[in-house]
Design a protein around this ligand. Structure first.
Ligand code: PMP
Length: 399
């Protein structure tokens, strides 16, 4: 039972079919002028058109990358470098506002730049449900205004949906404030696409990252939306592809696959979400009924949480209950149940979750945040079997 669809999803069969010609016969380089090259270029243009249409962007605002990690790196490093180049003569540090529940591909880049003393970071608070405080954002802006430092604010970066607890963030409110004040706003929308409406127009963002493999597309493929006029320096330089923001021969098969996957996800979105909501309510009730010390992480089921996510801590400090997260995962793995502890992106390590710490969980509770995420292959019967196994394993490990 694969219950970790927020970590990745299997490749959709129809997507593979669309990719196949470009992995075999149509291998041309999209920059070449003869017909094989032009065939690739046509596929690239068509993919760009489709994704632009899906997120309400213009054709030339779409940059294809190797995934959201690259998109996020490009945004942060590119915007900072642009500021540095314009301010070489004075020693001003650019300011970035983000949140402390972002994915590692944002947080680690920010910390890295901070350790090089190249940026000043300000983090927005989240409440006990994991929702970013817009009030706190306004307060920070006012403070920067008063200090005369607002001109050094180069970027605001906030995710649309959290990858661990599935909370939907108030990005359109943040976006409207940024747009009014001419502040560059980036959204990591990796966990949003296919789950909620993802529109750069509605969200008023200047930059937005997407990843194919969370939507049944190929791994190693992503998008960066760059609003026309956004000042950002390229980080991969070479043959000038992707409007020189991201050089390198385009991976046409992956791009075609990614866009086909996005198209299917958007088409099926509303129906899928309805199915997932039923599973979500069922799974939450099942666990709460059978494990009275389980702690529900994040906001209640409803408009502020995506439908395919449930997250519980099975350690409970108040009740003095500690479960080994590693043992739980291993036990379940032996029984062919794949779930995730925190986020899967920490290279197999079980570290305490920074997201669960941010919402006020203790260190012990934050080490056993179990995330279950449904996908197209999840059905109620199998889910019930998996939940029964989870309940049994948790009770066996309880000490
Ligand atoms: N941001 C978020 C919120 C994610 O969940 C992920 C994937 N775990 C990424 C960024 C990185 O995406 P990719 O795997 O395409 O590099």
């Amino acid at each position: 039972m694969y219950l970790d669809h927020s970590a990745t999803t299997p490749l959709d069969k129809n997507v593979l079919e669309e990719m196949m010609p470009y992995l075999t016969n149509h291998f041309g380089n999209a920059s070449a002028l003869y017909s094989q090259g032009q065939k690739a270029k046509k596929a690239l243009d068509s993919a760009r058109f489709t994704i632009a249409e899906n997120i309400d962007a213009n054709l030339d605002e779409i940059i294809f990358t190797s995934g959201a990690t690259e998109s996020n790196n490009l945004v942060i490093k590119g915007v900072v470098e642009n500021f540095e180049n314009k301010n070489v003569d004075n020693n001003i540090k650019p300011i970035i506002i983000s949140t402390n529940i972002e994915h590692a591909s944002i947080l680690e880049v920010l910390k890295n730049l901070e350790s090089q003393k190249r940026v000043k970071l300000l983090f927005l608070e989240v409440d006990e449900y994991g929702i970013v405080s817009v009030e706190n954002f306004k307060e920070i802006l006012e403070k920067l205004q008063k200090e005369g430092a607002i001109k050094n604010l180069v970027l605001v970066s906030c995710m649309a949906v959290n990858n661990e607890i599935g909370t939907i963030q108030p990005v359109s409110r943040v976006g409207r404030i940024c747009r009014k004040q001419n502040i560059i706003f980036h959204i990591d929308a990796v966990q949003a696409f296919g789950k909620i409406k993802t529109s750069v127009e509605d969200w008023k963002c200047d930059l937005m990252s997407l990843s194919a493999h969370k939507c049944y597309g190929p791994k190693g493929s992503g998008v960066l939306y760059v609003k026309e006029g956004t000042e950002m320096n390229a980080q991969i330089i070479g043959g000038g592809q992707e409007r020189s923001y991201r050089a390198g021969t385009e991976n046409i098969a992956n791009i075609v696959g990614m866009v086909a996957a996005f198209k299917i996800s958007e088409k099926q979105r509303e129906e899928e979400q309805k199915t997932y909501e039923e599973l979500q309510i069922f799974a939450k009730n099942y666990i709460e009924k059978n494990i009275d010390f389980a702690l529900w992480n994040g906001v209640e089921i409803g408009e502020f949480r995506v439908k395919n996510n449930i997250n519980f801590s099975f350690s409970n400090s108040e009740k003095n209950i500690e479960i080994s997260g590693e043992s739980l995962l291993m036990r379940l793995d032996l029984q062919r149940v794949s779930i995730s502890l925190g986020s899967a992106c920490s290279a197999g390590m079980v570290a305490e979750s920074h997201v669960l710490r941010a919402i006020g969980r203790t260190k012990i509770e934050a080490k056993t945040g179990v995330r279950i995420t449904f996908g197209r292959s999840t059905n109620k019967e199998d889910l019930e079997i998996a939940l029964a196994k989870i309940v049994k394993a948790v009770h066996a490990l309880k000490k």
